[in-house]
Design a protein around this ligand. Structure first.
Ligand SMILES: [Mg+2]
Length: 94
């Protein structure tokens, strides 16, 4: 895969994510968690690729999850000026 193809995968996943979830959080911790959730799915796909027999299907999952991780990194960066440290004060009190 070329860098151009990789960027195309990431851009396509970014557009899908923005359509499905137009809003992005003001909470930097939440935003990083979303990114890490995708990275975790990539790790699972890599484990499945390594330890299962359907390598072609798992390779496709790795591509998708890597692209989704890249897309969430872009969303994280695009939100960088909107994160508010004070968001942690919006807590539910017992
Ligand atoms: Mg995913």
């Amino acid at each position: 895969m070329t860098p151009e193809q990789a960027f195309d995968f990431i851009f396509n996943e970014l557009k899908k994510a923005e359509k499905k979830h137009p809003a992005w959080t003001y909470d930097a911790i939440h935003a990083s968690a979303i990114l890490n959730e995708e990275a975790g799915e990539l790790t699972q796909a890599a484990i499945d690729f390594t330890y299962t027999k359907d390598h072609a299907a798992e390779k496709q999952k790795m591509i998708i999850e890597a692209a989704q991780t890249g897309a969430m990194a872009i969303r994280f960066l695009c939100g960088i000026d909107n994160y508010h440290p004070d968001v942690k004060h919006f807590e539910i009190k017992p």
